[in-house]
Design a protein around this ligand. Structure first.
Ligand code: UD1
Length: 430
């Protein structure tokens, strides 16, 4: 199993190209099941989760071809992928495939809307809380679906004549359930209104693509989304928006190690709250023509309190990385996690590097230690694992991160991007 070896202490200087967003690419790929025409997605990151979803879509009958690699300095960073689901050959998404990645559960929306039925295994994914599917079930039921859970599978059927438009107000914000309801409603009879919808940029990106395919969606990116159902969707070409979590992660890495880095092909407006927190911690952040410049020279890191929240709040997917940054601050900071109840598994690993963190319920208290020391650590989930990498960059001596398959699920060419900026990071295969 691969590990990542980091020798800390180097500042970061240079340019880091930001990839297309994993969390946008996955629902966009799933949307290809809604049409028998070709959906072409550009700027798709090359990640284990994308490869896994390609296998899942193939199981439903999608014909998928990859080309148009965008070359940069001899390396390919993004791909153009064509999806054609001329016929849906199976409406079952089996446990063996769905258990590897929670987002694959989302095929339930397009399958139900297009074929009138879907049998999808209850999901797996990162071990960061229970993450039930009640909101998906309630939302799809509001569109007329009949849903039963049996033997670990969710069996959904649409009434004769298909789903019907309905009104559903989420009792709690869910990104995935918003994606699914929006996709299902595109082909329903009549108009659907989704209240308390997730406002994440990835939801707006999906709506933009669906509209290019002929859907009639307004309000995506706000708390109320209205979808006027259409009879069928056509093909389209769409470019995946930049990954705001990758952007924030590298910005925090620079804030932690010091240096001067341009994050290219990204947009500050995708992560204002996180950038503001990094600024308050002491980094200078400015917008450039193609992205964001992050600089921290000399000055220490100030303690900053944050609370995770749905967009536009501070993203839970940057919580672990921000905790890494705070371990080096000059005082005491507090981080409160409100989205996932169990998302503090990085705490004990950061402690192995010398961090002083105590937990009380959903809040972590971080006493800055100024100095971290390298150690062997274990990646526990996708975002937690990258917090260990950036902490390792700022620690003295060697940090060895094991179980890096978590990183490969969500960070494209992590070692290369960091090495180009002067970091000492290498993958070690056993
Ligand atoms: C997505 C992101 C993930 C991010 C999360 C929150 C993708 C592929 N993943 O995950 O990286 O951390 O949003 O920003 O885009 N919930 C329920 N019932 C449900 C569904 C969700 O109670 O039926 C709860 C979850 O347990 C969690 C909260 O709602 O506490 C938010 O989860 P949700 O927004 O659905 O996360 P995902 O879409 O799975």
């Amino acid at each position: 199993m691969d590990r990542i070896r980091i020798v800390g202490g180097n500042q970061l200087h240079g340019v880091i190209p930001i990839s297309g967003a994993k969390n946008a690419a996955l629902p966009l790929m799933i949307a290809s099941l809604l049409t028998d025409d070709t959906l072409t997605l550009e700027n798709v990151p090359h990640l284990a989760d994308v490869e896994q979803l390609i296998r899942i879509l193939g199981n439903h009958g999608a014909d998928i071809s990859v080309n148009g690699r965008r070359e940069r300095q001899g390396e390919s960073y993004a791909r153009t992928i064509h999806f054609i689901s001329r016929n849906i050959v199976s409406t079952t998404a089996p446990y063996e495939l769905v258990s590897k990645m929670r987002a694959s559960f989302w095929v339930i929306g397009p399958l139900l809307a297009r074929e009138g039925k879907a049998r999808v295994s209850l999901p797996g994914g990162c071990a960061i809380g229970t993450r039930p599917v009640d909101l998906f079930i309630e939302g799809l039921t509001a569109l007329g679906a009949n849903i039963e859970i049996d033997g670990g599978y969710v069996n959904a059927t649409a009434p004769e004549g298909g789903l019907t438009g309905g009104r559903y107000v989420f009792p709690k914000v869910s990104v995935g359930a918003t994606h699914v309801l929006m996709m299902a409603a595109t082909l329903a009879n009549g108009t659907t209104v989704i209240g308390n919808a997730a406002r994440e940029p990835e939801v707006a990106d999906l709506a933009k693509c669906l509209n290019a395919m002929g859907a009639k969606i307004t309000g995506a990116g706000t708390g109320t989304i209205t979808i006027e159902g259409v009879r069928s969707l056509s093909g389209a070409r769409h470019r995946v928006l930049p990954d705001r979590i990758e952007t924030g992660t590298y910005a925090m890495a620079v804030a932690m190690t010091g240096g001067d880095v341009i994050l290219e092909d990204t947009e500050a407006s995708l992560l204002d709250t996180a950038l503001e927190a990094i600024r308050r911690a002491g980094a200078e952040i400015s917008e450039t023509n193609s992205g964001i410049r992050v600089v921290r020279n000399g000055a220490g890191i100030r303690p900053v309190d944050i609370v995770t929240d749905p967009f536009p709040g501070f993203p839970t997917d940057l919580q672990a990385q921000f905790m890494g940054l705070m371990t080096k601050s000059s005082g005491v900071s507090h981080i409160t996690e409100t989205i996932f109840e169990n998302r503090f598994m990085h705490v004990q690993e950061l402690a192995r590097l010398g961090a002083k963190i105590s937990l009380s319920g959903q809040t972590a208290k971080i006493e800055g230690v100024g100095r971290l020391k390298g150690a062997p650590v274990m990646a526990t989930d996708l975002r937690a694992s990258v917090s260990l990498v950036i902490a390792g960059l700022a620690a003295e001596g060697e940090t060895m991160v094991s179980r890096v398959y978590h990183l490969d699920r969500g960070f494209e060419r992590l070692e290369e991007k960091l090495t180009r900026c002067g970091a000492h990071v290498e993958r070690v295969s056993d």
